[in-house]
Design a protein. Structure first.
Length: 256
C-alpha cells in the first residue's frame, strides 16, 4: 500500500454496527403496581418519549426495587439520556441482585464499549455470553470490543459466532467487512459488506461503508461509490458520514 492510499483511508469515515440496549417489556413475578408502571413505560417507549419512559421505569423500580430486569431497564435508559453515574449504578445493581442477568450484563458492556472503556466492556460481555451463549448480539458487540483492542483474530471469531447463531444478522457481516477494511484487505472487506447489503439493502451505515471500500478498490472510477453514498444519504439525511465522504471523494478526484 502506498502512503497516498493510507492517507485516503484515514480521511474516509466508516463505522461498525453495535447492537443497542435490551429493554424488557414483560417481567415475571411483578407486583401489580410495578406491572402497571412497566406497561405505561412500554407505551411511552413506543411513542418515542424517553423522558416519560424513564419516569415510569423509575416508578416500576420504586415499586419493586430488587428486580434485575427493571433495574436494567432503568439504568440503560438513564445512560442513554446522559445520566451516566445513576445509570451505571442501577445496571450494576441489576447484575448483583438476581441471576441470570444476561441483558443487564450485555447493556453494561455495550455502554462501556461505546464509551471506549474496552477492558471493562469485555469482562461484562463475556459474562453475558456465559449466561446466554447463543445470543448473536452479544458476540457482535464483544467482537467490536476486540476490534478496538486490535485483537483482530478474536474479533473475527466473535463475528463468525454471531453469524453462526443468526445467519441473517447483517450487523455481523458489516462488521466483518470493517475488520478487513481496518486490515487494508479491501477485496475481502467488499465481499462481506456485499453480503450485509444483500441481507439489508436499507442499512445506511453498510451503504456508506460499502461506498468507501469501493473507492479504495477503484479510486480512479468513483461512480459506484457516489451511487452508494448518495443512497445512504437519502435513507438517512441526518447521517453525516456519507455527505462528508461524497465531499472528500469529489475533492480528491475532481468528479461528482
Amino acid at each position: 500500500m502506498t502512503q497516498t492510499s493510507i492517507d485516503i483511508k484515514a480521511r474516509l469515515m466508516t463505522s461498525t454496527l453495535q447492537t443497542p440496549y435490551i429493554y424488557y417489556t414483560t417481567v415475571d413475578g411483578l407486583t401489580e403496581q410495578a406491572m402497571h408502571a412497566l406497561t405505561a413505560a412500554n407505551g411511552y417507549f413506543e411513542q418515542n418519549n424517553p423522558q416519560k419512559t424513564l419516569e415510569y421505569y423509575q416508578k416500576a423500580v420504586n415499586a419493586q426495587s430488587h428486580s434485575s430486569h427493571l433495574l436494567s431497564n432503568l439504568g440503560s435508559m438513564q445512560c442513554a439520556l446522559g445520566q451516566i453515574q445513576e445509570g451505571l449504578a442501577n445496571m450494576k445493581k441489576a447484575v448483583a441482585v438476581e441471576k441470570p442477568a444476561s441483558a443487564a450484563l450485555y447493556n453494561l458492556g455495550t455502554f462501556l464499549s461505546s464509551n471506549n472503556v474496552h477492558n471493562e466492556a469485555e469482562k461484562y460481555l463475556k459474562k453475558a455470553l456465559e449466561q446466554e451463549p447463543q445470543a448473536a448480539a452479544f458476540y457482535n458487540n464483544l467482537g467490536i470490543v476486540y476490534m478496538y483492542q486490535q485483537k483482530f483474530e478474536r474479533a473475527h471469531e466473535m463475528f463468525e459466532k454471531a453469524i453462526e447463531n443468526d445467519s441473517n444478522f447483517d450487523y455481523a457481516y458489516n462488521n466483518l467487512g470493517m475488520l478487513f477494511y481496518e486490515k487494508s484487505e479491501y477485496a475481502t472487506a467488499h465481499s462481506w459488506l456485499e453480503k450485509a447489503f444483500a441481507l439489508n439493502p436499507n442499512n445506511f451505515t453498510t451503504l456508506n461503508n460499502l461506498g468507501c471500500v469501493h473507492f479504495m478498490l477503484q479510486p480512479q472510477d468513483p461512480a459506484r461509490s457516489f451511487e452508494l453514498l448518495k443512497k445512504a444519504a437519502e435513507l438517512n439525511p441526518h447521517f453525516r458520514m456519507p455527505f462528508y465522504n461524497i465531499g472528500f471523494i469529489a475533492t480528491f478526484t475532481h468528479k461528482i
